[in-house]
Write a protein that binds this ligand. Structure first.
Ligand code: FAD
Length: 470
């Protein structure tokens, strides 16, 4: 990182999949510009608010991550915080560039389907406005697009394909983690930061896929800076009663680093970890790391996770202690995560449905998602082709199947927002080929709503594992 006199750059740092300060290549690049003004923001995007299924547990986890990050900024510089701006990025960013005189926009690369469309549009607008854009990888061990290129332009459909492709990138070694910043430059003064005179674009809130959770008045878009006009994290006004969030799992970078630190201290656990030997019936502690929600929100760097684990494994090897191997060990689990990212990256929106998806095997299960509507858009609606299947689906969703193992897992999922991998297998299998013959798409939607670690790439394991193909 450069030191010395500040440049004339005004840097807008756009947090999305990286709610952390440690090991953030994008943040590192932003600060290396030596900005005279640095403004970290989060855009409260109506796409995720209304068009993605999110239950109270995941909302709370997100808000905890944002609050923790905001506090971390303030700790480094009392004038700083995470500035949550209440509008979608495609409309708000051009207004912010002009209002704040932004010279650079910096963010972490995101290869999810909606994110790609959004970022392409934002980059087009930035080019038009003469704002320089810097994008850095940080969400995965390897760049999913690069993995696809090394896999002959194809999505990675097996861990072997992923491993072979990864070996062609730096011999299978992810970049080493970067230190967190020691200082953060100031934003503009309060007067210049104020957005009161900015025109507000209208917010499309219909259909609201989260309407059933919105038991309070939805006021999240009443002001660009929030109701207290200070860019605060929206704890009060999203219309969702957060006392409904019963999860014991806490969000935030500090919590993520604490959990990782605890795991790493247990060298025998790290060295011997083999996923098939872990159990969904283990509690206090659970038998896996439970770090997936932190990887999802970026409150933990996946590269730090990888290299901290590698450090312990190396030590165990030197001490001639048993060390488990890929893919069942912890590095293997992180490679699986990369495999799903590189499976989704080239397929985009079609990865989420059976229809039009070149890698999904069609099976004539009940309650399939309807094909595209007149606008060419797959809206997630489905026809009830069997009343019995619909009833079974609803009972599965509520944990009322009468099968104690399935019901316990589905209730844990609703209450806590996380279940063990083999539990996910069990309930997914039960809904599909195991008994109800209901489409994986219905189950994936329930997971989308209830999981705090919901990843659009990994959640397609509903399909992969259960159709005995993709
Ligand atoms: C039907 C189904 C749906 C799933 N949906 C998701 C999802 O939406 N989000 C998600 O993160 N994982 C998903 N998984 C994968 C896996 O179950 C979870 O990542 C894991 O249970 C998280 O717990 P952990 O952090 O304790 O994992 P650990 O065993 O401690 O593994 C460490 C990390 O490796 C990654 N990982 C482990 N297993 C997998 C896997 N099979 N695929 C991808 N990454 C993995 C996770 O990031 C995890 O945090 C799904 C699995 C199934 C069968």
């Amino acid at each position: 990182m450069k030191t010395g006199a500040a440049s004339n750059s005004v840097v807008l740092y756009w947090h999305r999949t990286d709610l952390r300060l440690h090991d953030s290549p994008a943040l590192h690049a932003a600060l290396a510009l030596n900005p005279s003004v640095f403004i970290p923001i989060w855009t409260w995007d109506q796409h995720y608010v209304y068009k993605a299924r999110v239950g109270p547990n995941r909302w709370k986890f997100l808000l905890e991550c944002q609050s923790d990050l905001s506090r971390a900024y303030t700790k480094l510089n009392p004038k700083q915080k995470l500035h949550v701006v209440r509008e979608g990025p495609q409309t708000i960013l051009p207004k912010l560039w002009e209002h704040w005189g932004v010279t650079h926009l910096v963010f972490e690369k995101d290869t999810d389907a909606y994110a790609r469309d959004r970022d392409n549009e934002v980059m087009r607008l930035a080019q038009k406005a003469g704002v320089e854009v810097i994008v850095k990888l940080g969400r995965t061990l390897f760049d999913p697009d690069e993995i696809v290129r090394k896999n002959n332009g194809k999505p990675t459909m097996s861990i072997t394909q992923l491993e072979k492709a990864a070996v062609k990138i730096n011999n299978g070694n992810p970049e080493k983690p970067l230190d967190p910043p020691k200082s953060i430059p100031d934003p503009w003064d309060d007067e210049r930061m104020d957005l009161s005179n900015l025109k507000r674009d209208s917010i499309d809130s219909q259909p609201d896929l989260n309407v059933e959770h919105r038991t309070k008045k939805d006021e999240q878009y009443s002001d660009l800076m929030g109701p207290t006009r200070d860019f605060a994290v929206p704890w009060q006004d999203i219309g969702i009663d957060l006392s409904q969030a019963k999860t014991p799992h806490r969000g935030g970078e500090q919590e993520a680093l604490r959990i990782l630190g605890e795991c790493i201290k247990n060298e025998d656990y790290i060295g011997r970890f083999e996923k098939p030997n872990t159990s969904p019936a283990d509690f206090e502690p659970q038998s896996t790391t439970l770090l997936s929600p932190h990887l999802h929100f970026g409150s933990l760097s996946v590269r730090k996770f990888w290299w901290d684990v590698q450090g312990v494994m190396e030590k165990q090897r030197k001490a001639k202690k048993p060390v488990s191997t890929v893919p069942t060990n912890l590095p293997g689990q992180l490679l699986f995560r990369d495999m799903y990212f590189a499976a989704q990256a080239p397929l985009g929106h079609s990865f989420s449905h059976t229809y039009g998806n070149e890698v999904a095997r069609f099976i004539d299960w009940h309650l399939q998602t309807n094909p595209p509507n007149q606008d060419g858009y797959i809206d997630g609606s489905y026809d009830v082709d069997s009343q019995e299947a619909e009833e079974w689906f609803q009972r599965w969703k509520d944990g009322r199947t009468g099968f104690p193992w399935i019901d316990a897992l589905m209730r844990q999922l609703r209450q806590e927002g996380w279940i063990h991998h083999l539990g996910r297998h069990s309930v997914a299998c039960f809904l599909t080929r195991g008994g109800c013959y209901v489409s994986w798409e219905r189950g994936a939607e329930v997971f989308e709503e209830l999981l705090i670690d919901r990843e659009s790439s990994s959640s397609k394991q509903f399909r992969r594992e259960l159709t005995k193909g993709w």
